[in-house]
Design a binder for this molecule. Structure first.
Ligand code: SF4
Length: 471
């Protein structure tokens, strides 16, 4: 368990304002998505989901082929593909490049992949200033925290929180009107864009047959990040590949609607290589960094590799009853919600945060809304089995395993189960009261763990079977 997990979880649950902010923020996104796919607006929605799933499956099953193809096509347009195993390699490449070009200031547009790699911290460690330019990301960077949500990084903050952060970090008078706050950030960031030496973006999709990086956004900051500085570096996980430009007609219809309820985001940029002769703007150098960072581990399992289909729309977070209560910072990594619960243990190993696959009610809402049809509940169940096997291997949870063995044996013997019901009923509520106040019983570790979060209701006076027979 992450060291701060129980504490973070408890403070989140106890903070009424935070609960309201999470509930309202995710609720808005749920409504927007619902309206965007309702009725005749997108009649082929289910077909699009199936199509997207098949396209992703095909790409991930043939990833080696498409990685080679994209490398050739980026080179053909004057760019360079750099393959990196992890965050250290990514940071090393950027630091070397910055040193060679004398770069000091980097502007960034939102990229969960660079968050995953702790890139800002690594760059700042070497005296490079890295400034996030997406408004939500800029706010949380000033606040010194990680994104709360895949598409709405500052979802948990109110405008009053933002006012406090701006006053504290920018030294300005307190401003609580969101439009004015936006103008304040815009004025600061505009100067950063003009002075930046390098622009780093993420990529929503990387098109293999053209070598283009596709970035969707609403603020225009990714377009400025990729075109104003002399060097543009796009950092993407290897799973972001899609085979052909025409496949975007499937993914773009699903991504905006699933993420923010928009038919199409305000800006969709196709970035393929440095500025060509005769072009008036664009970078002089272009690099596409394709990162593994644990992804190829998932390729080994034909079932589990579907985790790599994710297009980071955030819909599963918004619809998850667990995420909506515990919020983004209760999860141990930058990826939160159901998809975080699925990919984090696979990237880091189930031994690191064994509670994570259990942070789900298995209600199935995530799978119902996922635009690429990832079977998240099935993956969570598989991971739970992995956690159990891991604990067994480590010799942990003997008591828990023994309890479940007894439970399984009782379930396989209906007469014993019925006898248990009769015995419990014979003791009735008084027996329950006695048991739940008996120190020897309450001090058994699994019982203590169970009761720390749940009640122990007294046994009913009559078992279900008795009532059934009587009626
Ligand atoms: S798992 Fe599906 S719903 Fe969740 S973020 Fe990824 S694509 Fe969206």
């Amino acid at each position: 368990m992450a060291a701060n997990h129980p504490e973070k979880l408890s403070t989140t649950l106890a903070d009424a304002n935070l609960q309201l902010a999470i509930y309202a923020g995710t609720g808005r996104l749920i409504d927007h998505r619902k309206n965007a796919i309702a009725g005749d607006l997108l009649p082929d929605y289910e077909d699009l989901r199936t199509h997207a799933n098949l396209l992703k499956k095909h790409t991930i099953d043939n990833l080696d082929y498409y990685l080679e193809q994209v490398e050739q096509n980026v080179a053909a347009h004057g760019g360079k593909v750099v393959f990196c195993n992890d965050g250290t390699e990514v940071a090393d490449f950027i630091l070397n490049l910055a040193k060679q070009r004398g770069a000091k200031l980097i502007v960034k547009s939102k990229s969960m992949t660079t968050e995953e790699l702790d890139l800002n911290e690594r760059l700042e460690h070497h005296d490079l200033e890295a400034v996030e330019t997406d408004l939500g990301e800029y706010i949380i960077q000033l606040a010194g925290v990680k994104p709360y949500h895949i598409v709405a990084p500052a979802l948990h903050m109110t405008r009053y929180d933002v006012a406090d952060i701006f006053t504290d970090k920018l030294g300005i008078e307190r401003e609580v009107v969101p439009e004015k706050q936006t103008m304040i950030a815009r004025a600061v960031l505009r100067q950063k864009f003009l002075a930046a030496d390098i622009g780093i973006t993420g990529a929503n999709f990387v098109v293999a047959d053209s070598g283009a990086v596709v970035v969707v956004e609403n603020e225009g900051n990714a377009r400025l990040t990729s075109s104003a500085p002399k060097i543009h570096i796009a950092v993407a996980g290897i799973e972001k590949l899609i085979p052909r430009a025409q496949d975007l007609s499937v993914f773009l219809k699903l991504l905006g609607r699933s993420a923010t309820g928009q038919a199409l985001t305000s800006y969709t940029s196709f970035l393929s290589g440095p500025r060509r002769q005769g072009e008036v703007d664009g970078p002089e150098e272009f690099y596409l960094i394709l990162v593994d960072n644990g992804r190829t581990k998932l390729l080994a399992d034909p079932d589990r590799r579907q985790s790599l289909y994710c297009i980071r729309c955030g819909a599963c977070l918004n619809h998850c009853p667990v995420y909506r209560k515990i919020g983004g910072h209760s999860y141990p990594w930058v990826y939160s919600g159901p998809i975080g619960a699925v990919i984090t243990p696979q990237f880091h190993g189930v031994g690191k945060d064994p509670w994570l696959p259990f942070a789900s009610s298995l209600c199935g809402a995530c799978a119902e809304v996922c635009p690429v049809k990832i079977d998240i509940p099935k993956l969570l169940l598989d991971l739970r089995a992995d956690v159990t096997a891991h604990k067994k291997e480590q010799g942990e949870s003997k008591m828990e395993r023994f309890a479940f063995q007894v439970f399984a044996w009782v379930m396989r013997h209906p007469r014993v189960y019925a006898l248990g019901g009769r015995v419990a009923a014979a003791f009735g509520p008084k027996g329950g009261e006695w048991l739940s106040s008996a120190p020897w019983f309450l001090n058994v570790a699994p019982v203590r763990g169970w009761l720390s979060q749940r009640d122990l209701p007294p046994p009913a006076a009559k078992s279900f079977r008795q009532i059934w027979r009587e009626r």
